[in-house]
Design a protein around this ligand. Structure first.
Ligand code: SAH
Ligand code: SF4
Length: 357
């Protein structure tokens, strides 16, 4: 199986092209074909010689994804299911926001963090996605749009980005490149369940992308129940890493907080959360997320609207910046991991009926 050319950062592409005896500017031409004109075959790169096109064809493919499903929701959300070369399945979601089109990408096949409310955690990590497999999700989504441009990217699909750190970082550089897709760093958000060591590393990266932390609880007792990672990285350690990050970058951090009925959504939880964040007011933002129920985790239910608003009011009264996240595509299994889990279930049922017939 040939690798995808989307694996290569601009520097790596230049290096490869030069190593093949071609001039550097050929790499920049290829880059432009890939990310500006967004062609999906080398043959369309008409300013390259036929020999070089053949050479490219012999070494690379462009798109490593096979689209199996594109499910469209009433609100315009599109959820894609892609198959990888080793038959693994991944999901990508395109959302229509007020401010533009946003793509949510997957970074791993499954996830090893095992958060007890999450559909992705049901499928342990099979492997990391390559850089090209992450880039291709944006390219393929962009390709399916007529005249519109993908303006925002959220690294919030299946998997833990900081558990595939090097590849995710290269991905961010590729989509941000101003001679390519040019997705502004401020339009890119990376969400982590809280791998503290990598938060320190991320503070040193030169891209001004947004960082979101999946907090989901106001104290260690609840967070450890919801998120296994909290047993390794309790809140004190996590908050110290976030403190370092905000001081080093002067960038705001978003705290994601899923509201789970009766578990973390009561008045005393909101007060404790406000307390936890009180020293970070200037650089903290809380994103309250309605829970997307997962069949296999039926101990978790979504909080009622009244409870969500009460929680929001308490944070606001405590002067914590806060919003309630708009939901997308609830009619099409848009929560991370749900479409993939459903497809796998259907396949398993198919297999079962084959066995039983
Ligand atoms: N692994 C990373 C990024 C992917 S998950 C992380 O955990 O941050 C992206 C966000 O969706 C996280 O905040 C996650 O906690 C949340 N999430 C997971 N399952 C959900 C569900 N069923 N309903 C709502 N949000 C969910
Ligand atoms: Fe993995 Fe994020 Fe789901 Fe936790 S919430 S299991 S880290 S994808």
């Amino acid at each position: 199986m040939k690798p995808s050319i989307y694996n290569l950062t601009k520097e790596a592409l230049i290096e490869w092209v030069v190593s093949q005896g071609e001039k550097k500017f050929r790499a920049l031409q290829i880059w432009e074909w890939l990310y500006r004109k967004r062609v999906m075959t080398f043959t369309e790169m008409t300013n390259l010689s036929n020999n070089f096109i053949e050479h490219l064809n012999a070494h690379f493919v462009i798109n490593p994804l096979r689209q199996l499903v594109a499910q469209k929701s009433a609100d315009g959300t599109i959820k894609y299911l892609f198959e990888l070369h080793d038959q693994q399945l991944i999901e990508t979601v395109l959302m229509r926001q007020k401010y533009g089109l946003s793509v949510c990408v997957t970074m791993q096949v499954g996830c090893n963090m095992g958060c007890s409310f999450c559909a992705s955690g049901l499928l342990s990590k099979k492997r990391n996605l390559s850089v090209g497999e992450i880039v291709a999700q944006v390219m393929q989504t962009q390709h399916s749009l007529a005249d519109e441009r993908v303006s925002h990217v959220v690294v919030m699909g299946i998997g833990e980005p900081f558990d595939n750190y090097e590849n995710v970082l290269k991905f961010l550089h590729i989509i941000n490149d101003d001679k390519g897709l040019a997705i502004g760093a401020r339009h890119i958000t990376v969400s982590t369940s809280g791998l503290a060591a990598k938060i320190y590393d991320f503070a040193a990266n030169d891209l001004q992308v947004n960082l979101a932390i999946s907090l989901h609880a106001p104290d260690d007792e609840i967070r450890s129940r919801l998120m296994r990672i909290n047993r390794l990285t309790p809140l004190k350690k996590l908050m110290a890493a976030v403190e370092f990050y905000t001081k080093a970058t002067n960038r705001r951090v978003t705290f994601e907080y899923i509201l789970l009925n009766g578990i973390n959504d009561q008045v005393h939880h909101a007060q404790r959360l406000a307390n936890l964040l009180k020293n970070k007011k200037r650089l903290a933002y809380v994103n309250l997320i309605p829970y997307n129920p997962v069949n296999e985790h039926d101990q978790y239910k979504r909080s009622s609207k009244e409870v969500v608003l009460r929680f929001y009011d308490i944070l606001k009264k405590n002067k914590i910046n806060c919003i309630i996240r708009q939901e997308f595509g609830t009619d099409i299994d848009a929560a991370c991991g749900q479409l993939r889990a459903k497809k796998r279930n259907m396949e398993e049922k198919d297999e079962m009926s084959k066995v039983s017939s």
